[in-house]
Design a protein around this ligand. Structure first.
Ligand code: HEC
Ligand code: HEC
Length: 264
């Protein structure tokens, strides 16, 4: 017993000490491609029920969480393919990235708090309570989708695409031309989108029923990255970087609801 403790300590130190410098010298891990499981694998039972409820709220947000929504968007309007599409801030990438520090509020946020933020800004609504059904179901859907994803390893397509820095000043005049040629067909020349039979077919990209000025997409760089990889719908990565920047600058120059943090 007298020899046991010091020996254990030596072993512990011996195994820990040399690790630190080696780990510091290592290359950062390369990003891994992750594919979430198909919906058909959502299990039966109470957990599966919560996941399916989360998916419904995600794709038909106005119908299933209407009291928290203040515009014509759904979560899927931006998190495409039911939250599965790489470079459209997929839910499988989100689950394994939280808690995370955010400069937006200068604190370490949990996933539920991050989702509250999208309700407040991207959905121009109000934050559902953290412990309530709405947030719990969306967190469950995100958790299920991330099943099997490695934690602490970067995944290809997490978050939005980061545009490489541009040397030109984004030009809304060229952006307007790009918008007319590549976007107006669906989102309307007036940016207000289009409905059919009371359902939103194409969401508004500006105006009173779109995301507000505090949302992530209200930043030109983030919007350019979203557009570059995802728009025109199903023709992602067909615009040049320059056109993606310019059309983002044009969309961003149009009116939208104010940032709720700036209202008196
Ligand atoms: C107008 C577009 C838009 C809408 C609508 C929207 N979001 Fe987001 N969401 C974003 C953007 C932009 C980000 C930031 C992604 C980044 O910074 O990489 C984000 C981030 C997130 C994240 C964190 C992702 C990550 O990888 O860090 C989650 C989770 C999320 N949103 C959930 C939701 C939910 C749930 C809804 C519906 C209630 C919703 N969002 C509606 C644009 C939107
Ligand atoms: C073929 C139709 C189509 C075209 C063309 C198209 N979009 Fe979209 N866009 C959509 C649809 C549909 C969604 C919502 C996706 C969903 O709900 O699954 C969307 C979502 C968006 C969003 C996020 C939600 C919102 O309303 O703000 C933005 C921003 C956007 N598109 C910008 C553009 C821009 C810029 C272009 C041109 C470069 C473009 N789109 C071209 C159909 C289109």
């Amino acid at each position: 017993m007298r020899h046991f403790l010091p020996l254990a300590l030596v072993c512990l130190l011996g195994s820990l000490l040399p690790m630190a410098p080696i780990a510091a010298a290592q290359e950062p891990p390369s990003p891994v491609v992750f594919t979430p499981r198909p919906d058909s694998e959502i299990p039966a039972g109470p957990f599966g029920d919560l996941v399916r409820k989360g998916e419904k709220i995600f794709t038909q947000t106005g119908k299933y969480a209407g009291k928290y929504v203040g515009n014509d968007l759904t979560c899927e309007s931006c998190h495409l393919d039911r939250g599965r599409k790489p470079y459209a801030a997929p839910l499988w990438g989100a689950y394994v990235s939280y808690p995370r520090f955010r400069t937006k509020n200068m604190k370490v946020s949990r996933l539920g708090e991050r989702i509250q933020g999208c309700f407040r800004f991207s959905m121009n609504g109000v934050a559902p309570p953290l412990a309530g059904d709405t947030i719990r179901s969306i967190v469950a859907y995100s958790f299920w989708m991330s099943k099997g994803a490695p934690v602490g390893t970067p995944l290809v397509g997490t978050g939005m695409y980061h545009m490489p820095p541009t040397s030109h000043k984004p030009d809304p005049f060229n952006g307007k031309k790009v918008y007319k040629a590549r976007c107006a067909l669906c989102h309307g020349a007036d940016g207000l989108g289009a409905s059919s039979g009371g359902d939103v077919a194409f969401p508004p990209v500006w105006g009173p029923r779109s995301y507000n000025a505090g949302a992530g997409l209200a930043k030109v760089g983030k919007l350019a990255g979203f557009i570059k990889m995802n728009m025109p719908l199903s023709k992602g990565d067909t615009l040049s970087d320059r056109d993606a920047w310019d059309v983002a600058a044009y969309v961003d120059s149009q009116p939208r609801p104010a940032d709720p943090r700036k209202k008196s």
